[in-house]
Ligand binder design. Sequence first.
Ligand code: PEP
Length: 338
Amino acid sequence: MNCETMLEISRRPSGVEGAKILKNDFFCKKNHFSKFLRPLEDFPYFIQALWRKDISKPSFKRTFKKKSAKSRNFARQMLIIKTKCLKNMSQKIVAGNWKMNKTAPEALLLAKEMAQQTLPSDVTVILATPALYLQNIRQVLGDKKGLYAAAQNCHHESRGAFTGEISAEMIQSVDVQYVIIGHSERREYFKENNAMIAKKVDLLLAKEMKPIFCCGEALPIREKGKHVKYVSNQIKEGLFHLGHADIKKVIIAYEPIWAIGTGLTATPEQAQDMHLELRKVIRKKYGNEIADNIRILYGGSCNASNAKTLFAQPDIDGGLIGGASLKAADFCTIINSF
Ligand code: PEP
């Protein structure tokens, strides 16, 4: 289903949101919709509430329960369509995490190959390369629109006696804006915790840089059914000290650890469920506008064959790609999977 052909979402200059059905066969024909834009206020309350995702209110829960299964299903479909429409209108992101791979000549060759591609205008492509090559890679990418370099980490202190480390300011000084933080490999092998990652977020935002904040659960946590709570807590401890203006600048990457580099991808349903849950947590703290617009990427054995089904999920805004970002052809297939 191409939702763009089904429904046109509009925001009038007055700020009134409305919907116009462009193709009618999917919807109940008798009520609620017409070929013309109707303000949201004309819709039954329970549809308005779903539209605004105001669904935690007890009054909504009561109304929703009383509706027929057909109406409830209709309302749910409408919400999915709305989310997909908003997603179609928004910028998607595909970030490649090269990790500790490639010599300098190999890295520059891959960056050149990527710089020569015609990239879709609605996808931001990010190459998180080894820090050693960032300055040269930044030059290779030049001012190509939609293609950016990223660091894979920065230290949680701003400067000083931390041998071997790289600061946010150093990354910024070579004109690189994006930085991955809190990757599960850093959390596991370098014992990074949520408090350290929260400090990194602050350092990056203070420099007007863009954190790609990773979160995700290990297999035993998922097996115990505690994954939503665990990952929500990573987000709360890592990000919830931010105000409304700053949280908007963060990109979240949900990466179940059991899927990273294992070839075991989360099913599209598992990934979608988790993204929806994370949006709920963000919604509760920051409201609808921020929850609907914050970018949440999926990572974990995402590749050229499974990207399309993962990216088709309404709450998945793109991917953080490890192994499959090391070959230009595979990475480009992923970039073109929306
Ligand atoms: C990653 O390390 O961020 C990642 C998603 O790796 P892979 O795609 O190889 O699972």
